[in-house]
Design a protein around this ligand. Sequence first.
Ligand code: MRU
Length: 360
Amino acid sequence: MRPAPPHIAYADGIIEILDQTRLPSEMVVVKLRSVQRVIDAIRGLKVRGAPAIGIVGAYGMCIAARAAGGVARNADDFFKVLDDAGRAIGAARPTAVNLTWAIEKMKRHGREVSATGQGVVQLVAALEEMARSIHADDAATCRAIGDAGASLLPTGAVVYTHCNTGTLATGGYGTALGVVRSAWNAGFLKHVFVGETRPMLQGARLTAWELVRDGIPFSLVTDSMAAALMRRGEISAVVVGADRIARNGDVANKIGTYGLALSASAHELPFYVAAPISSIDVGIASGSDIFIEERDGIEVLEFAGVRIAPAEARAANPAFDVTPAALISAIVTEMGVLRPPFEPAIIAASAGGSATSALT
Ligand code: MRU
């Protein structure tokens, strides 16, 4: 098996990404040299998954900072370019909070460094260091999430997962797929069911690609098979990722997650969400305040690029849905496993985990 190139890399003002729209057929590395190309890559799903777009967004801010450094006459000019770039990159995919989280972190860091009187060259270097640390921290965070989540699973576990939450979607290792990896490495995972994840097939194309490469046994199923598998007693737990978690524990994630949670609840199966603290938006009280990205209907009218619906057909295409906290058994973060009632646990974990009674 040909080794995969790094899925996200950055050097000298150029981001390299493994184009996720071309997987699994071919491994194509795309170079992004401008803010507009970063926006296009994020919107076009060449890079996707909440933490991964946060990382690429942060590197995109480095590209913006280099460009600003060439034209800005003063700090105000510099930060105006940075703010505009941040707004444009953030709007590329509005549901995943990790993107705006990373952009805000970059902007804050830039202003702090600027306040110490550093020149543009030092400022750009400091921003690049910050983006690299967001990248590296996410990979480390995923390991912690994976290990914490695996401890929730029984021996011989059969996990159902949705979308792609693996290496490709993160700094490395994955969130829900990190849980799968840690359980497999610990020897108590038996099998994974992977939902294909219509309309863009992240499960069929990307999660399957990652699991094949890891040698983890799995079956690919259509999304409509999940409830029947649960009814037949073939699933031990459902583990999914998150794009934005509200303060009360409601979770926005890939469309289809809510249906899985309802099915899991009807069959009295645990439903776990695995996500970094950077996916939590404490500023949002509940899921009804989460903006859901609506994508082009062509994604539904076609299957893998081939038109399947009549020419006259129109489609709705909400990319995400909201699963109410009441259907979630636990939220697994790098700070530990959060249990209901989620609100105090989420507030404590987001503040640095001091209120440990809320964490297990
Ligand atoms: O539209 P996508 O592929 O970016 O959606 C991805 C998901 O919904 C993932 O579950 C989520 O971003 C978590 S990835 C660790």
